[in-house]
Write a protein that binds this ligand. Sequence first.
Ligand SMILES: Cc1ncc(COP(=O)(O)O)c(C=O)c1O
Length: 350
Amino acid sequence: MSTTTDTARIFSSDNTAGASPEIIDAVTRAAAGQTLPYGADGITADVRRRMSEIFERDVDVLLVSTGSAANALSLAALTPPWGSVLCHRDSHINNDECGAPEFYTAGAKLVPLGGDDAKIDPDELRAAMRHKAGDVHSVEPSVVSLTQATETGAVYTRDEIHTLGPIAKEAGLRLHMDGARFAGAVAALGRTPAELTWRAGVDLLSFGATKNGTMTADAIVVFDRSLTAELAFRAKRAGQLASKMRFHAAQLDAYLTDDLWLRNAGHANAMAARLQEGLKAIPEVGLLGAADANILFCRLPQRVIEGLLADGYVFYHDRWEPGVVRFVTSFATTEEDVDHLAQAVGRHAT
Ligand SMILES: Cc1ncc(COP(=O)(O)O)c(C=O)c1O
């Protein structure tokens, strides 16, 4: 995509956005001089300090280069190879990580569950946790993994997390959160990061940042610090201990400074809400599910899909069901981009 116009028409993913200027500046500053490698630098220590402030307790932090690495390493630290990971059937770990969770856990089984808006249904969770628990002929239910925000753009409320967390914990299971869009959830709910995670029993959080302003850096936030040493060995073994860790750290440090992470996510959410408002006014559009964060699903007539594609719009369609479309906004989406898209939909619909 070479022109501004093209860029403004990309709604396929938040991975298509660039990086926040504050983050690029921080990386440039971090390039000066010499410092210790492999995370022994001062900026990595600053990230741990900032995360501890944000989560209102001492946490450990491992910086990694992808969300898939954060998820797979976290799950490997939480389940034995003969365990199972209970997750939603639409979850990224179940559908989009090429078996990395199974590979990194040395063979643990992912057990997909149902629930509206890609949120795990509590009754299904209870039933799955009981299924053959303690029976050597089956895998042992070991971890529950929640995605916040979900793959369909919904957000688990504080109460929903505080329902699911204790169900897992009381049965002795560990709790993982895939927070590839955690910032979007915090911005949408206006709740503290602590109450949305460890206060409900989350042991490890995959803290996404790349979709919301950083270039190449995500993190694992460790609430159960007895897991830190194991995670460090696993990260090195997985090729996720960057020698020049200061560059990952500089990105996260700037991301967490002056609430940039929440400002970016709030903007992305506001752009999705604006798009939703624009589309609501068009009778041919069927909005689907909750769009609490920055992902919006809708049903469009085929002629509208074809018209948008002919205009140069880029988005996923017909992947889920014929006529079902996904639009994703980001920190870089402008009001003008959104309004043009809604106008284009309206034009092709009539
Ligand atoms: C819910 C969710 N989890 C995790 C990821 C991490 O993906 P990646 O390994 O591409 O950074 C993504 C990316 O699309 C995602 O949507």
